[in-house]
Design a protein around this ligand. Sequence first.
Ligand SMILES: NC(=O)c1ccc[n+]([C@@H]2O[C@H](COP(=O)([O-])OP(=O)(O)OC[C@H]3O[C@@H](n4cnc5c(N)ncnc54)[C@H](OP(=O)(O)O)[C@@H]3O)[C@@H](O)[C@H]2O)c1
Length: 329
Amino acid sequence: MMKYKSIIVTKRGGPEVLQIVENELRKPLPGEARIRILATPVVQDDVAVRVGNRPFLAKVPFVPGYSILGVVDAIGEGVANVAVDDRVAALTNFGGYAEYIFWDANQLVHVPETLDPTEAVVLILNYLVPLQVMHSVVQVMPGDKVLIIGASGGTGSAFLDLGRQAGLKMYGIASKKKHKLLYDFGATPIDYRSQDFVEVIREVEPSGIDYVFNGMGEEYFERGMKVLRRGGVLVHYGGPQSFSRFLLLVGKFILYNLLPNGKKLKGYGTHTGDISQFEDEWKKLFQLLEAGNIKPIIAAKFPILEARQANELLESGQVIGTIVLLAPE
Ligand SMILES: NC(=O)c1ccc[n+]([C@@H]2O[C@H](COP(=O)([O-])OP(=O)(O)OC[C@H]3O[C@@H](n4cnc5c(N)ncnc54)[C@H](OP(=O)(O)O)[C@@H]3O)[C@@H](O)[C@H]2O)c1
């Protein structure tokens, strides 16, 4: 039988625990598609689960990889919605750091062949989050004033891109050397190491802003709420780091929403399950990319089997945008 390679987390720890293993390239089971992976991004949650910074952890060994884009290579019995050679994508949570993945055919979205796989795969998670946060959790309107906390990373840069598309007036928190990215998207950067963002925003927006989008920890809740106008909303989408932090987060959600200040705290998280909850958004994002209205920032590209080096780069904190792992040409 033919073989394929994947990258597994052998134990909790740094990028050095990532190992290449060989697997049998079996036939797909009934209802499954076998997909040759073309592109998969490296995201902060891959790191968090590997090092143990999440309340609910995958058991080792496991293959990280939150989303994939690839080509259907074989289908199991009863599969009718995709065919061999179709270009598809999926939100996998795990399994993306591999040359092949086996996936429930009903949970695949078709991807237009005209799109660059490197850019299109970034839409599946990093653009889905801001699209849903800005248009489902809250409904932004052109001219709304927003603050993006963690604006330079994979998800943060997607907020900038979709926020510009939505006609928002944006402020973003990022380290100084990454400020050019924010200017490029028409946002006002704030350096969290040398500036107090509450002071900066209160000075220029004395009546407060409409929304805060927080991809970092709950330590931003108090100051984030301070810059909101009455009726404003802080949406938190950062993953909790442990079970106790998760409980703390739940407590803070209750507490902050009881305060009689007219401001709201809302949470957002993608979860696996039926893709019908995301499919329309993905199609909208494919169209925006196709039309040139959005353009994901690609921080770096690595061959899939160099996932360890890619994770080292992400953990260095130097990254602007999203790192993508690619199949060799
Ligand atoms: N399922 C979901 O709902 C979902 C999906 C995707 C992401 N997320 C969450 O979104 C967050 C970002 O993920 P990502 O993959 O986009 O990460 P990323 O690409 O690594 O970006 C994170 C960025 O945060 C900035 N940062 C680090 N510490 C900071 C601090 N104390 N204050 C402000 N900014 C800080 C860093 O840039 P600077 O150099 O500018 O500090 C970095 O670029 C994570 O918490 C993740 O769990 C959730």
